[in-house]
Design a protein around this ligand. Structure first.
Ligand code: ADP
Ligand code: ZN
Ligand code: MG
Length: 491
């Protein structure tokens, strides 16, 4: 695993402490305080108005949909939603923030005291606390590259100004870079299930700042933390944390002190650089936003939002394992997205044996797609085709060897399984005397295995079934073959 990058000696002596701050853009149609479209990829500065440009006299009006999404996210993360929360101005000057302040929430956030369950290295689960979830607006974008005069000029695109965000701050409960990776994976999964964000990191819909410190094992107080910004994938977060932990331990081991600072991750070099120290830290001079009233969330509204929560990934996995007799690993793969899990469950309902549908979907189809580097939505085989394959197998109308051959053809020609099956209609040997002849040959050729079987090793039957199946080129009817092999061996 990736933590192997940190030497075991270091981890025996020092304990990393990690807390994550995650910004998530909400999938509302319009922005948080105005009617402008909330859309990625429009021509620069086309989704703007006096409110999100911060022109004098323009007044913000809170988008109800943003509150609904933020509340759904808070409930899905087991947070307590405050009946009354307050918007505040966070003041700082930056060209992509034309108002000169960001409307955020400060001492009275929308929600607090939540948690996410993450699997640990030893197979247990651990709860990572969520300190708070608050609402705020996004800033615009400074474009430093891509223009003929980029060497001397910076361009501004203010389309992103006023995009609704939630910031989700974790407790310093995370202890390894792998745990941080798991936390982010679970968080993203939950947000995708609730449908409040597309969590697209390339487009900046989900952004993460990582806080990390180290302390001697057994020490009570936390060490001084560094905050790492500008990391745009979960894998890079893990790498950046590993780098930081090593860096901080080296400082301590050589008798130095870790500086409290903000650092930037450089993906090309695989290391972090100091961006600003604590002395240069902003004083945001927060104060309550005078243009917005307190946000009141009624008990009735909360009740409604609770009923709107979908079944969340954890619960869904547990139910699917029980209902379809799945392995934990298969359940994890099947629930990776809500859409994929829905497609599987709809199909499984129509099949004779849901577990077999899972096997065919993940091993036969998933395996071939993986090898081709394709997603399930690019599969030539439909769910109907997968159910057909599973049912045919289940009814012994085809052998698994024949099924594999049919899938090979389907993938080769880009055809659905049903089409291939109808055309190829694989032969089956259902004539007992023909099968008996093949069995007799295999038994005669393998006296040692016969002896083992008769000495009590009943699992040897599988060996004979396999040999005859091969001799029949996969055409033996599996049920009949099983029955006859046992009869012959016993006889
Ligand atoms: P700041 O005042 O620097 O913003 P906060 O207390 O608000 O710090 O915490 C910001 C994030 O840093 C949270 O996710 C928190 O869990 C984490 N954090 C706080 N102290 C530490 C520490 N000593 N080591 C690692 N992470 C920490
Ligand atoms: Zn606007
Ligand atoms: Mg803070």
């Amino acid at each position: 695993m990736a933590t192997a990058a940190i030497s075991p000696d270091v981890l025996a002596k020092y304990e990393p402490v990690i807390g994550l701050e995650v910004h998530v853009q909400l999938l509302t149609a319009s922005k948080i305080f105005c009617g402008c479209a909330n859309k990625f990829g429009s021509a620069p500065n086309t989704n703007v108005c006096p409110v999100c440009l911060g022109l004098p006299g323009a007044l913000p009006v809170l988008n109800a949909k943003a509150v609904e999404f933020a509340t759904l996210a808070a409930l899905a993360l087991h947070c307590t939603v405050n009946e009354r929360s307050i918007f505040a101005r966070k003041n700082y000057f930056y060209p992509d923030l034309p108002k000169g302040y960001q409307i955020s929430q400060y001492d009275k956030p929308l929600a607090e005291h939540g948690w996410i369950a993450v699997p640990t290295a030893d197979g247990a689960t651990k709860r990572i606390g969520i300190t708070r979830l608050h609402m705020e607006e996004d800033a615009g974008k400074s474009l430093h590259e891509g223009f003929a005069d980029s060497a001397t000029r910076t361009y501004l695109d203010l389309n992103r100004c006023g995009t609704p965000l939630v910031e989700i701050v974790s407790e310093p409960d995370i202890r390894t870079p792998d745990e941080a990776f798991e936390y982010l994976t679970r968080l993203k999964e939950i947000l995708l299930y609730t449908g409040v964000s597309d969590c697209n990191m390339e487009e900046g819909s989900l952004r993460c700042d990582a806080n990390v410190s180290v302390r001697l094992r057994g020490a009570e107080r936390f060490g001084t933390k560094a905050e790492v910004k500008n990391v745009n994938s979960f894998r890079f977060i893990r790498a950046a944390l590993e780098y930081e932990i090593e860096r901080q331990v080296e400082i301590l081991e050589s008798g130095g002190r870790v500086a409290q600072e903000t650092r930037l991750w450089n993906a090309n070099e695989g290391r972090t650089y100091s961006m600003r120290s604590k002395e240069q830290a902003h004083d945001y001079r927060y104060f309550p936003e005078p243009d917005l009233p307190p946000l009141i969330v009624s008990e009735e509204f909360l009740k409604r939002k609770r009923t709107e929560l979908p079944e969340l990934p954890e619960a869904r996995r547990a139910r699917m394992i029980a209902e379809y007799d799945l392995t934990a690993k298969d359940a994890q793969t099947l629930t990776a997205s809500r859409e994929f899990a829905d497609r599987f469950e709809e199909a499984a309902k129509t099949a004779k044996n849901p577990r077999r549908v899972a096997n065919v979907l993940l091993s036969e189809v998933g395996g071939r797609l993986n090898a081709l580097g394709l997603d399930h939505d690019r599969s030539p085989v439909s769910m109907t085709g997968i159910v057909l394959a599973a049912d045919l197998l289940d009814e012994d109308k085809i052998s698994s060897r024949q099924m594999k051959q049919l899938f090979d053809i389907a993938f080769e020609k880009g055809e659905d399984f049903g089409v291939v099956y109808e055309r190829e209609k694989p032969q089956q040997i259902t004539d007992a005397s023909a099968l008996e002849k093949l069995i007799d040959e295999v038994i005669a050729a393998n006296p040692k295995q016969v002896e083992q079987y008769r000495a009590g090793k009943k699992t040897m039957a599988g060996f004979f079934v396999g040999q005859v199946m091969r001799a029949s080129k996969g055409q033996a009817n599996p049920a009949l073959l099983n029955e006859l092999v046992t009869k012959k061996l016993e006889g």
